[in-house]
Design a protein around this ligand. Structure first.
Ligand code: NAP
Length: 285
């Protein structure tokens, strides 16, 4: 049986560390602030936004929700972003995706001031991640790295296979592993011999979006398997991209729920605290 990497417990430990940092910042006169824009009434987005606000409240970060109707125009949305860009008390801005289809999410991300882009989606921050000189961490991949670090797992010199090449998970995930000296292979829907490629891996990160996609025959005995997937099975139950039977083959495995999921918000809070620390430093100089 694989050892479980407990994302809930690790996320709680990260948040506890952040709460202390927030306390120190507040004592020195800076309250970290996060603004969350939500457009329309997508129920999943509502749950994510509520969780982010709750996460802020728990560690003392000020959060502000800007809830806009589904028929908000691009100009109106951009005007909100612009106003937040200039607000002294707001360190981080995020716009909950997906947006209604008439809105251009790329233009919205591009309009967020890079130093307030706590999701690290802005091209400037993506570039910083690429060159390994970054202050904002891409939340989900950074959460994966934190799980590995706090579980004492080094990727140095190891074969790591990332399945999925999205801009928010797969690509930045590969970069963070590379920065820690892993030998990284990125796989996607056109990859040939996926099973053989995966079987070489010491570490597999699955970010595909398909339930039970990674099966035991794809995993080398003793490999570390990180499951980023968040899918619903036929009964509507939350499940990952990894077949639960992989538990018999892997050395470490992240559960779903309770693995990578709780880390993503913890990393968002970390980015907000980083931005507030930078503001406090600038105010001093
Ligand atoms: P995405 O944008 O849909 O990307 C999925 C990736 O999987 C694509 O690169 C796709 O390849 C690849 N893929 C699809 N079918 C494949 C196949 N048969 N063989 C190999 N690769 C295949 O998804 P995402 O946004 O990265 O999210 C992935 C999963 O992570 C989802 O379940 C999502 O809900 C979850 N997620 C979780 C968190 C969290 O906080 N835990 C955060 C973000 C996402 P192509 O590029 O060739 O199409």
């Amino acid at each position: 049986m694989a050892k479980k990497i407990d994302g809930k417990a690790i996320s709680a430990a990260v948040r506890q560390d952040l709460a202390k940092e927030v306390e120190q910042l507040k004592a020195a006169g800076t309250t970290p602030g996060l603004a969350v824009i939500i457009v329309g009434d997508d129920p999943a987005s509502r749950v994510y936004v509520n969780n982010k606000k709750k996460g802020c409240a728990e560690i003392g970060i000020y959060s502000e929700e800007i809830a806009l109707p589904a028929d908000t125009t691009q100009e109106e949305l951009l005007a909100h972003v612009e106003a937040l860009n200039t607000r002294e008390d707001i360190d981080g801005i995020l716009c909950q995706l997906p947006l209604p289809s008439h809105l251009d999410d790329k233009a919205v991300i591009a309009a967020i001031a890079p130093h307030k882009d706590v999701d690290a989606f802005h091209a400037a921050n993506v570039g910083h991640i690429m060159i390994g000189d970054y202050s904002f961490l891409p939340c989900t991949p950074a959460g994966v790295m934190e799980l590995l670090h706090r579980s004492g797992i080094s990727v140095e010199g190891k074969e790591c296979v990332v399945i999925g090449r999205s801009n928010i998970v797969g690509k930045p995930m590969a970069m963070l592993l590379l920065h820690e000296n892993a030998t990284v292979t990125m796989c996607h829907s056109r990859t040939r011999e996926l099973k053989e490629v995966c079987r070489r891996a010491d570490v597999i990160v699955a970010a595909v979006g398909k339930a039970a996609f990674v099966t035991p025959d794809m995993v080398k005995p003793g490999a570390v398997v990180i499951d980023v997937g968040m899918n619903r099975n036929a009964e509507g139950k939350l499940c990952g991209d990894v077949d639960p039977a992989v538990d018999e083959v892997a050395s470490y495995l992240t559960p779903v729920p309770g693995g990578v999921g709780p880390m993503t918000i913890a990393m968002l809070l970390k980015n907000t605290v980083t931005a507030a620390r930078r503001r406090a430093k600038q105010a001093k100089n």
